[in-house]
Design a binder for this molecule. Structure first.
Ligand code: NAP
Ligand code: BGC
Ligand code: ZN
Length: 352
């Protein structure tokens, strides 16, 4: 079967041939429909994040998948169920995080991530997965099911942000999203119950992401004119800040953009970067204004279920504008391109 993989020593993905996978006991065989591409895939391809499976010369890419159960193999699924797989798998021997059903809370050395870190991903014509790592979604969502994983990332992060504010009567009205990539835009679309929303980018108009930001009713903020540290002065201090740039300074500047009692969720996965910070101001501001910063990575099956419900509610125009390209395996390089006309792309292996 065809698979899209990164081979050791190479800097671009290639289509390779692999044998059909055989489901082990407790696993189902899934026929892949589509697999999405995000900033993490580009970080993996660039060698900034993730790792090859131990002892192997390639990594099958892809962690945002949707497929159809081909062989339930005695699991709770039926043939032709539409499913989306969670990303994390236990390393040698399970551990407490997996036993508790909270693999998303495991630190990096206690989990593998399919398509990212130490385990093959889903960008192949078929894949197998343990039944507990597959989430059934409505058949009507099959063509867009590759958006469930990225939405689930934000379902978790926002859940954790709200949990950190649950000890008092928190009534957020304004939200600031840092980043106009697919994760930032999906999150902005989720925050439609906020009175005022803002989204930070670093692009000139005309730009398709700025069009989406504005059509969602949000204000576009150019970080080249208004750095995040100056946002509160130029616009307003935000109750919720969601960082999805991977720009390391934004982790610290998020605190300055927050209103008293506000919470910042940090999602980006930057490389090492040393810069100067007034640690005293940062520390005092966090304390005296009861601010919170929450780091959040990955997501669990419940977040996938919430994400599938959310996906069904997102406006059609938004999805049409967000998904800029769906390519076949004959044109895979285009799925990983990252020019200014590209927002969300997916590789299509089959249709329902
Ligand atoms: P992406 O496509 O790389 O998007 C990042 C966006 O942020 C880009 O549009 C980029 O603008 C913008 N940006 C970067 N630096 C900026 C700055 N200084 N000022 C303004 N805008 C800036 O990635 P993504 O898929 O949306 O994901 C976003 C980040 O979250 C990545 O770091 C990714 O690794 C991470 N992530 C984390 C999780 C998790 O579980 N924690 C899950 C998914 C993704 P340009 O395009 O104009 O350069
Ligand atoms: C994936 C998550 C993963 C994270 C860190 C994200 O792009 O969506 O599932 O945990 O990267 O590797
Ligand atoms: Zn991702």
């Amino acid at each position: 079967m065809n698979a899209v993989a990164l081979r050791r020593g190479e800097s671009a993905p290639a289509v390779i041939q692999k044998p059909m996978p055989e489901p082990a006991a407790g696993e189902a065989l899934v026929r892949t429909l589509r697999v999405g591409v995000d900033g993490t895939d580009r970080e993996v391809i660039g060698g900034a994040h993730g790792s090859f499976p131990e002892g192997e010369d390639h990594l099958v890419l892809g962690h945002e998948a949707v497929g159809v159960v081909e062989d339930p193999n005695g699991t709770r699924f039926s043939a032709s169920d539409v499913v989306t797989p969670t990303v994390r798998r236990p390393p040698e021997g399970a551990n407490g995080y997996f036993e508790r059903g909270e693999p998303d809370m495991a630190p990096p050395d206690m989990c593998l991530e399919r398509g990212i870190d130490g385990a093959h991903g889903f960008m192949s014509e078929y894949f197998t997965s343990p039944a507990e790592s597959l989430v059934r979604i409505p058949e009507s969502l099959a063509p867009l099911g590759f958006l469930v994983e990225p939405l689930s990332i934000s379902e978790k992060a926002i859940q954790h942000a709200y949990a950190s504010r649950s000890a008092f009567d928190w009534r957020p009205e304004s939200a600031l999203v840092l980043g106009n990539g697919p994760l930032g835009l999906l999150t902005l679309a989720m925050l439609d119950d906020y009175d005022r929303t803002y989204c930070v980018g670093r692009r000139d108009r005309p730009d398709p992401t700025i069009d989406i930001v504005e059509r969602l009713g949000a204000t576009y903020v150019d970080s080249r004119e208004t750095p995040v540290r100056a946002f509160a002065v130029e616009y307003e201090a935000a109750d919720l800040v969601y960082e999805a740039t991977g720009h390391a300074k934004h982790a610290v500047e998020t605190a300055a953009a927050l209103a008293p009692g506000g919470v910042g969720a940090l999602l980006g996965v930057p490389e090492s970067w040393t810069f100067e910070v007034d640690g005293g101001d940062f520390h005092k501001d966090m304390v005296m204004n009861n601010k919170a910063l929450v780091g959040s990575v990955n997501s669990g099956a419940d977040h996938f279920r919430a994400a599938a419900e959310r996906l069904a509610e997102l406006p059609e125009w938004f999805i049409d504008a967000l998904v800029t390209r769906v390519v076949g395996t004959d044109d895979v390089a285009r799925a990983f391109e990252n020019d200014e006309t590209t927002i969300k792309t997916a590789v299509e292996f089959d249709t329902r």
